[in-house]
Design a protein around this ligand. Structure first.
Ligand code: S1T
Ligand code: MG
Length: 545
């Protein structure tokens, strides 16, 4: 086999299901092998940020390796923001970049697409990946690939592989996958025993689940764990959609001052908060109405379990969850949890549309047609999604990069065949909405709702005096036909319902619903979030001396 076949076969054997990419002359030979070998299907998009977002979303939804293949310099550096988001949000993304061959590097001339030095790109990607390899020697390449792919899966973080174009067709031995190291049994026993003792001595234990539970495929086990522990479960905003299929214990999403009093008090009053795979970030905890003393919590994240002032190292989340389950029978009394009720019953009248109405309309739609996966961008569309019936959700809820939503929905459907609903603001749509033009080639047909408030509304809520937040009227629905889809602009709640019913009934073309939202009209969740942040910010500002 040649090095490219070896690399593609190893990617598939480690769980990758497709490649998203844009070639360039440094990557053309590799793309030729991708296309002709058919080891993994190739989906090309129009701009590298979208390649990164689509591959990231595909990996999240399928719980598999995402693969983003690009050219050197202009391609790979164009994708840095999307990969940084994948790193921050713990997506197992494999970045493969073409690169100059050895002869070009030795030529002594600067190489086109070269930024500073020939190694600058490698150095930049070192900052946003957990492992890296340059495949410039066929003798070491199989072990390098095995190491980097093992790191990607173990850390659930992006990795970077640089493939010089003169190495693409070089003969190479197959990759032998690394065997993951087991967690030390004694450490695991001590850790699980101490955590259970803590939980049993607590008066109000609560389980909070975060992104690693999804990334390591633990949702069913964690739902069972909650049942055996007999404790209520909440998700973070970033963990929204987790345990959507589990019955019973899910009390809701913790949003601090922006959430329901019941869930906020449940979390903030707990004397034993068990955080499974939760990123301790400002978006997850920044709007806590009372500061949660993290030293009193039990945190299992990044292969460590921390209780108070001490940490058990090298304890993976899967091993930790298994150890807890092994110590628990199934007869704990179940907590009395009032499962959150999600609003439904849109009044289909001539009133203007607000974000809350979109949540109602989507909940009504899913009551009739069943749940579908949702990809959201950042902006009020994401806060609106908090009021939608729990379903599989991919959202940049922590790194919060705009432009994620449309490519993520495309990546999700291209990789899974599931038809998604994409929620995106007009500002974010201006960044990557154009990628919908690729749906026709892929035979996919997402339903897209553009929250068109003609504004960077989230920014305006914090700085209303700035007119640079005005975006003007771009008439997005009119663009749909030229991109191969159907578009409709809706102003009233009645028009929204009709448009959604038509979209669900129409297959084979993407459906774009441009929902005109009056300026200043926010979702209830975003309004509470903004009010809470303002209140907390004012509270933190020291009195003028
Ligand atoms: N650029 C990128 C790539 N991501 C960002 N998050 C931002 C800039 C900053 C930013 C926000 S929210 C926001 C910007 C520009 C406005 C979003 O506008 P739109 O998509 O229309 O949604 P909505 O009108 O609902 O706000 C966050 C705070 O960083
Ligand atoms: Mg907007």
């Amino acid at each position: 086999m040649n090095l490219s076949h070896v690399l593609l076969t190893a990617l598939r054997d480690h769980g990758a299901r497709e490649v998203f990419g844009i070639p360039g002359d440094f990557a053309l030979p590799f793309f030729k092998v991708i296309e002709e070998s058919k080891i993994l299907p190739l989906f090309t998009l129009s701009h590298e940020p979208a390649v990164g977002f689509a591959a990231d979303a595909a990996s999240r939804y399928n719980r598999s390796l995402g693969v983003a293949a690009v050219t050197y310099g202009a391609g790979a550096l164009n994708m840095v923001n999307a990969v940084a988001g994948a790193f921050a949000e713990k997506s197992p993304l494999v970045v493969i970049s073409g690169a100059p061959g050895a002869g070009e590097v030795r030529s002594g001339m600067l190489v086109h697409h070269q930024a500073k030095t020939i190694d600058s790109q490698f150095a930049i990607y070192r900052e946003i990946t957990c492992d890296q390899a340059r495949l410039d020697d066929a003798r070491t390449a199989p072990a390098e690939i095995a190491r980097v792919l093992a790191s990607c899966l173990r850390e659930s973080r992006p990795v970077y592989i640089e493939l010089p174009r003169d190495m693409v067709n070089v003969a190479c031995e197959p990759v032998v996958a690394e065997v993951p190291l087991p967690t030390d049994a004694e450490v695991l026993d001590a850790c699980a025993d101490e955590v259970l003792a803590r939980l049993r001595s607590a008066t109000s234990p609560v389980l909070m689940v975060g992104v690693e539970v999804r990334r390591f495929g633990l949702e069913d086990k964690v739902a069972e764990l909650a049942h055996r522990l007999g404790v209520p479960v909440v998700t973070t905003i970033f963990g929204r959609g987790l345990l959507a299929d589990s019955d019973g214990a899910l009390a809701g999403t913790y949003l601090g001052v922006a959430g329901t009093a019941e869930v906020t008090n449940l979390v903030e009053d707990s004397d034993a908060l068990l955080l499974l795979g939760v990123i301790i970030s400002d978006t997850n905890f920044g709007v806590s109405s009372r500061k949660i003393d993290m030293r009193r919590t039990i945190q299992a994240l990044d292969h460590r379990v921390t209780l108070g002032y001490h940490t058990y190292a090298d304890v993976t989340l899967p091993a930790f969850v298994d150890a807890l389950l092994a110590r628990l029978s199934g007869d704990a009394p179940q907590p009395k949890v009032t499962s959150p009720v999600y609003p439904r019953g849109l009044k289909a009248d001539t009133a203007p549309i607000g974000p809350n109405d979109i949540a109602l309309a989507v909940n009504d739609l899913m009551d009739v047609h069943g749940r579908f996966p949702i990809a959201t961008d950042i902006g009020d569309c994401m806060f609106t999604a908090m009021d939608i019936t729990p379903t599989a959700l991919v959202a940049p809820a922590y790194y919060a990069s705009m432009g994620f939503g449309v490519p993520a929905g495309i990546g999700l459907q291209a990789a899974s065949g599931e038809r998604p609903l994409i929620l995106v603001g007009d500002g974010a749509f201006q960044m990557t909405g154009w990628e919908l033009g690729n749906c026709r080639r892929f035979g996919i047909d997402p339903i897209v709702i553009v929250f068109n408030n003609q504004s960077w509304e989230m920014l305006r809520t914090f700085q209303p005096e700035s007119s640079f937040n005005d975006l003007g009227d771009w008439k997005y629905a009119d663009m749909a036909a030229g991109l191969g889809g159907e578009g409709v602009r809706v102003h009233t709640r009645e028009e929204l319902k009709v448009a959604l019913d038509h979209a669900v009934a129409t297959r084979g073309k993407f459906q774009l619903i441009e929902a005109m939202i009056p300026s200043g009209v926010l979702s209830d969740t975003l309004a509470r979030f903004v009010a809470g942040v303002k209140r907390l910010t004012v509270a933190k500002v020291p009195d003028a001396c």
